[in-house]
Design a protein around this ligand. Structure first.
Ligand code: ZN
Length: 219
């Protein structure tokens, strides 16, 4: 295919995808818009396979574009989720005043620079102010933000801010330790490196003893 035609095909597909995405995201998204978006994504993957030098029609790859499109939809479903909806009525009045800590929350995300996975654990603590959060809600809040294209630093901040927003506790601490396949499989190939990020809000930021207690508990 000559270059002009190639660019035309690319801009057609990009336009179709953008149109489908515009219709498909948010509360107004319909099943049809979602199906259009998956179709457009699958045809991009089919082209991508060709550009990689593969034959998209060979038996093993024939259904791959649809599978990749579905997988990407699942891995980025956080765009269609909202923290308040996820928390629902999982906030309870409670006089408890000590630190609540949930360690080792499994986390899978995609780095926005390479669209390759990064994965690891989140540790989240907060000090309540007359309200506590149902414990199962913390992993779900992590997922709302992890299931998007991310950088680990922003993911950490977004989780902390969301908990501050939805619960208004006296403070929140979030630590994420993760391994990035874009570092492990390519480029520097630092296979055992872990990236650690933290976000401190309220008393976790202002009170060194609280912060130290949290950091000691997650080590
Ligand atoms: Zn990356």
């Amino acid at each position: 295919m000559e270059i002009g035609a190639l660019q035309r095909v690319e801009s057609d597909e990009a336009g179709r995808l953008a149109a489908a995405a515009g219709k498909g995201h948010g509360a107004a998204g319909t099943h049809e818009a979602k199906a259009d978006r998956l179709d457009a994504m699958a045809s991009l993957v089919r082209r991508q396979l060709g550009l990689l030098g593969e034959n998209p029609e060979r038996a093993g790859l024939r259904r791959t574009p649809e599978r990749v499109a579905a997988a990407l939809g699942f891995l980025t479903r956080g765009y269609e989720q909202d923290v308040r909806a996820v928390v629902g009525n999982g906030v309870f009045e409670e006089a408890h005043e000590n630190m609540v800590l949930v360690r080792d929350i499994e986390l899978y995300s995609l780095c926005e620079h390479h669209m390759l996975p990064f994965f690891g654990k989140a540790h989240i603590a907060y000090i309540p102010d007359r309200r506590i959060l149902g414990l199962s809600k913390l992993p779900r809040i992590v997922d709302v933000f992890a299931r998007r294209l991310q950088v680990q630093e922003r993911l950490t901040d977004e989780i902390a801010d969301a908990i501050m927003d939805v619960l208004a506790p006296r403070g929140v601490g979030v630590v994420i330790e993760a391994q990035h396949l874009c570092m492990m499989m390519r480029g520097v190939e630092k296979q055992n490196s872990r990236t650690v990020t933290s976000a401190m809000r309220g008393v976790f930021r202002d009170c060194p003893m609280t912060r130290e207690e949290f950091l000691r508990l997650v080590q």
